[in-house]
Design a protein around this ligand. Structure first.
Ligand code: SF4
Ligand code: SF4
Length: 255
């Protein structure tokens, strides 16, 4: 484990010890480009440690991220590389979750439940870019692989569409593409990142709920969050997948 990663895990552990929920002032200015990255030929995978963060307290469920993603990848109807879930938690702890059309049209109508609600929030979902990805382990032809800079990608020419990875992913982010007949999933827009651009969904998010940046850049927003006392959470930590996708203000009911 390299020094940066150990430090990162240290921050994460420190974060899970507390549960300080507070709102940052809105809105945060999200840069259109990742500072320090330029043309693709200058991209050095060894020089970066990208992370994705989602701040639950900032997500308004507008679905702009999902629309941007659909446009970027022409994702077939009924399939989603990213989506946003709506959570309602009643006073007696019952949890209601829905995500009509993956939130492509946002949530124009409130959801009515019989009991009083004590908490309501949105949870964007996407590939967790696991450090130990179950999808890579099960692929029988090596079509799913991890890059030197930690992105889990699919070689579509090599993929035979067996769907082992779809079954293995604990986060349900993979699917068999209706037209290509291969596995598919979110890539954190690796093609954009290599050119110094932000992932399309991060670029489209109007509230700064989706954050992306390089931990090797001490001035990046993600680095500053890591250095703060803000607790960070991952989904299904018991799975041993070590997601690089981190959540801020994630409620226990989602984990
Ligand atoms: S979230 Fe699923 S598809 Fe993404 S890296 Fe982890 S196991 Fe693989
Ligand atoms: S664009 Fe941002 S605020 Fe809107 S649903 Fe997506 S994450 Fe939430």
């Amino acid at each position: 484990m390299n020094k940066g990663r150990r430090k990162f895990l240290g921050y994460l552990l420190k974060g899970t010890a507390g549960s300080l929920y507070w709102m940052l002032p809105l809105p945060i200015k999200v840069p259109l480009q990742i500072p320090g990255l330029g043309e693709e030929e200058k991209y050095d995978p060894e020089a970066h440690e990208f992370v994705f963060m989602v701040d639950i307290n900032r997500c308004i469920g507008c679905g702009s991220c999902c629309v941007a993603d659909k446009r970027e990848y022409q994702v077939p109807d009924g399939q989603y590389r990213t989506w946003v879930e709506r959570y309602l938690i009643t006073v007696d702890g019952e949890v209601f979750v829905d995500s009509p059309k993956g939130a492509l049209e946002g949530y124009p109508e409130p959801r009515k439940v019989e009991k009083p609600v004590r908490d309501a929030f949105f949870v964007p979902k996407l590939c967790n870019m696991c450090e130990e990805p179950a999808c890579v382990q099960v692929c029988p032809v090596g079509a799913t692989f991890k890059t030197d800079d930690g992105f889990v990608l699919i070689d579509y020419k090599r993929c035979i569409g067996c769907a082992y990875c779809v079954q293995a992913c604990p986060y349900g982010v993979r699917y068999i593409h209706k037209k290509k007949r291969t596995a598919d999933k979110c890539t954190w827009c690796y093609h954009r990142v290599r050119r110094g651009l932000l992932p399309a969904c991060v670029n489209a998010c109007p509230t700064g709920a989706r954050k992306f940046g390089d931990l090797r850049d001490p001035d990046s927003e993600v680095s500053k969050i890591l250095r703060s006392s803000e607790p960070l959470f991952v989904l299904k930590p018991d799975m041993g997948t070590f997601p690089r996708l981190k959540y801020l203000h994630l409620r226990q009911e989602v984990i």
